[in-house]
Every structure is written in structure tokens, then in C-alpha cells.
Write a protein of this length. Structure first.
Length: 146
């Protein structure tokens, strides 16, 4: 169990990765869960996922990863688990929805949908957290020392 929480407690780089990823993903989770920031809200998100043939149970896991998981990530609590959940959401987003739209985001409105660049960046932030842990100023770091 100790290895689950183990981290380089002096790494500010991991802390920066963790807090940036948590902040960005939590904003998306709040859109999905509560409709904040022009989101669909819980029911709308479940319905949207259903419209692309994603089961409601999987949609619920996405909402949980992006809200509860991102909040845990921000605190550095169960970091490996939370970051892995977010990584799986990003992989799913890439392969189930965004890959046919190419690499780039749709800044100019000239393509059918959003490309994969955001998801690749989020994945690149999540994977080191899965491998190395939370870094400095984390609940995991405190628990690993107990």
C-alpha cells in the first residue's frame, strides 16, 4: 500500500503537472456534472454520451473521473488512481470520438470537430503522475511517510 502513495516529495515539477491537469480537467468535469461553464449538466451529458452509443455507466465514470478524480488530483490524494482514470478518459476521447478530426483543435471552425491535441497534452501530464506519484505538497506524500 505504501508504494501506491509513494512519491518524490520534493518534486515541484510533479506538483505543477498535477495541479495544472486537475484544474483543467475539473473545469470540464463541472461542465458535465453541473452544467457550469456552458456545459450540458449531468442529465445532458449522460444523454449526449448515449447519442454516441456510450453506455450510461461509462458516461458516469467519465463524470466521476473529471470531477471527483480531478479534485483528488488537486489535493494529491490517490494520485496514481486519479491520474490513471483521467488518462483512460483521454484515451477514450481520442479513439472513440476525436481521432477522425485530425490533430488540431478546431480554433477556426474549419473542420468537422475537435482534433486530438488537447487530449494528447492531458495524457502527457497524466502519465508521469501515474508512474511517479503526486510530488510535493500532497496528501499521498503525507500518507507515504506514515
Amino acid at each position: 500500500m505504501r508504494s501506491f502513495f509513494a512519491t518524490d516529495g520534493s518534486s515541484l515539477v510533479l506538483t505543477l503537472q498535477r495541479t495544472v491537469l486537475a484544474t483543467v480537467i475539473l473545469a470540464h468535469g463541472l461542465q458535465k456534472a453541473f452544467g457550469w461553464f456552458h456545459g450540458f449538466g449531468f442529465r445532458g451529458t449522460i444523454a449526449w454520451f448515449g447519442s454516441i452509443n456510450v453506455p450510461a455507466a461509462l458516461a458516469l465514470l467519465v463524470i466521476l473521473a473529471e470531477t471527483v478524480g480531478a479534485a483528488a488530483l488537486f489535493a494529491g490524494a490517490a494520485t496514481r488512481f486519479a491520474a490513471a482514470g483521467i488518462a483512460l478518459v483521454m484515451i477514450g476521447a481520442i479513439f472513440l470520438w476525436h481521432l477522425p478530426n485530425g490533430f488540431y483543435m478546431n480554433w477556426g471552425g474549419s473542420q468537422k470537430g475537435e482534433g486530438i491535441e488537447f487530449f494528447v497534452l492531458a495524457l502527457a501530464l497524466a502519465l508521469p503522475l501515474v508512474v511517479r506519484g503526486a510530488g510535493a505538497l500532497s496528501v499521498d506524500g503525507v500518507l507515504a511517510r506514515l
